[in-house]
Design a protein around this ligand. Structure first.
Ligand code: HEM
Length: 496
């Protein structure tokens, strides 16, 4: 009896009483959060975010008390202020219960943290770290590939770029944040990646299913918990090691770990405690690997599906730089607008944070798209919808880097790194890694698809007539669903 009554009440409320009743959206989403939970846990968040945006438009209901927003003007306004705070969902990302730069909804704390660490992610400071970024990044990749090509009689090798990019971005953030050359690309060591990914996954699962925090359900995530413990202890050891090095009177290294140890908010003069340093360091490791690596993977994939665009990028790079020149970030920014646009467009068409992220509508409510949304309504930032928004991006499904060349309006309406007060802290670092790896790789190697790579390619088209993209899955990050099969590339050294 109780179930029919509850259902009846929910139905009447959703259709007749709810303040969201006149907003379009899937019927079932009005009654229950099950649809949202299922989409999240099935790895299809990015697909649904796009599909629902296409069907229901800039604002639609995605849960009984939740709406999804893709309108660029409204998104900018919501993201520009701390009033649209991160809701409880994020608290599962408090590591050891400690609020951090990603998880906190406390504007004061976020402000302090941003002033403490933000300056070290500015381009000026990053330039000091560029030699480390190049050494652990592109130069390590090149060293490995050149040795492998040298050993191959046929003069080329097949690489799995998904794994290569993961190991490289791990080495870069490891060198900067752990103060240690991890050399994972050299040794094919995937263990630290597993620790970091499992740590993120653990907190993601807890955010979606808070019951996992309680015994006996916590046993279900025991394996993830163990790897989180290993990552935690490793970072602690590295911080202790750095303290010991400093105590011995050695010169301060120029890296992010040192920056975090020294970081001070210029307003309050507050510095981070030892645990806060550990938490923020772990967070940077979690945020800094898959994001950058998968953006590189999508860009590589898209270039292989569009040979004309690949050719234009290669021609641009080789016409600007000699084969022996190591392209720096400043070089690329100054001389490679089309190559840079290839990454921008890849982040638009295949955004790695391609799902929806929640915020709370402040008390007093807000009117978006002609609909009043009361305070306390959950506002889901639809990054996928924003990237496909037809008003801003004509032919949104087409991979067209030209839309970003010399187009400041396109860049202003680009949300891949979010925007406003909670914009991505690591975006400049990520750009430095991506552009230097990508430009140097295109300069030094000729790329082609393996002969047996016939399931996808420039001539295999999707239902819209564009080259069909590899299947993706979305768990925090939108990545290839079958990297072993789909992220293969043949590279050979380019000879002038
Ligand atoms: C292509 C690479 C990257 C993309 C597309 C990306 C995207 C994003 C997005 C969309 C957000 C907003 C998340 C939210 O609102 O919850 C974010 C936040 C954040 N990102 Fe990134 N990110 C990238 C790389 C990095 C790197 C390399 C780091 C650090 C090493 C980093 C650190 C962070 C941090 C700390 C936040 C939280 C900022 C805050 O809440 O105020 N990200 N990123």
């Amino acid at each position: 009896m109780i179930y029919p009554l509850t259902f009846g009440y929910k139905l009447v409320y959703a259709l007749c009483l709810s303040p969201l009743r006149n907003i379009p959206g899937p019927f079932f989403a009005r009654l229950s959060n099950i649809r949202l939970g299922y989409i999240g846990m099935s790895g299809k968040m990015s697909k649904y975010a796009m599909h629902d945006y296409e069907k229901y438009g800039d604002l639609y209901v995605c849960g009984p008390n939740a709406v999804s927003l893709s309108n660029l003007v409204d998104l900018k306004s919501a993201l520009s202020t701390h009033a649209f705070a991160k809701p409880e969902f994020y608290h599962a990302f408090h590591l050891f219960g400690i609020e951090n730069i990603l998880s906190s909804s406390n504007a004061d704390l976020v402000g302090i943290r941003k002033r403490q660490v933000g300056p070290f992610f500015n381009l000026g400071y990053l330039q000091n770290m560029e030699p480390t970024i190049l050494k652990a990044g592109y130069q390590a990749l090149k060293e490995k590939w050149d040795a492998q090509i040298e050993a191959e009689a046929k003069g080329n090798i097949e690489i799995n770029y998904s794994m290569s990019y993961m190991l490289t971005t791990l080495d870069v953030i490891g060198a900067l944040m752990c103060g240690q050359e991890l050399e994972c690309i050299k040794t094919d060591n995937v263990v630290p990646i597993k620790w970091v990914q499992d740590s993120m996954m653990l907190h993601m699962h807890k955010a979606v299913f808070p019951i996992l925090k309680a015994f006996p359900f916590s046993l279900l995530v025991r394996g993830l918990e163990d790897n989180f413990g290993r990552a935690t202890r490793a970072v602690r050891r590295l911080i202790n090691r750095r303290r010991a090095i400093l105590d011995s009177g050695a010169e301060k290294p120029v890296d992010l770990l040192q920056a975090f140890l020294d970081a001070e908010d210029p307003h309050s003069k507050i510095r981070m405690s030892e645990t806060e340093i550990q938490v923020e360091s772990m967070l940077m490791l979690g945020a800094g690997i898959d994001t950058t690596a998968n953006t590189l993977a999508w860009t590589t994939h898209l270039l292989m599906l569009h040979p004309d665009i690949y050719r234009r990028a290669v021609d641009e790079i080789r016409s600007q730089f000699d084969s022996g020149h190591l392209i720096t970030y400043a070089d690329a920014r100054e001389k490679l607008p089309f190559t840079e646009a290839c990454i921008y467009e890849s982040l638009r068409l295949c955004p790695v944070i391609g799902g929806q992220l929640p915020r709370s509508i402040p008390s007093g409510g807000v009117t978006f798209q002609g609909h009043y949304l009361p305070g306390g309504t959950e506002l889901h930032i639809n990054f996928r919808g924003a990237a496909m928004n037809k008003d801003m991006w004509p032919e949104p499904y087409k991979y067209n880097p030209d839309r970003f060349v010399g187009n400041s309006e396109a860049r202003r309406n680009f949300f891949a790194f979010s925007s406003g007060v909670r914009v991505c802290t690591g975006r400049n670092l990520s750009w430095m890694e991506m552009l230097t790896i990508f430009a140097n790789m295109l300069k030094d190697y000729d790329w082609s698809l393996p002969d047996d790579y016939t399931h996808l390619g420039p001539k295999v088209l999707d239902e819209r007539g564009y080259p069909k993209k590899m299947e993706s899955r979305h768990f925090i990050i939108t990545a290839s669903a079958n990297p072993e099969r789909d992220c293969r590339l043949v590279i050979k050294k380019h000879v002038e």
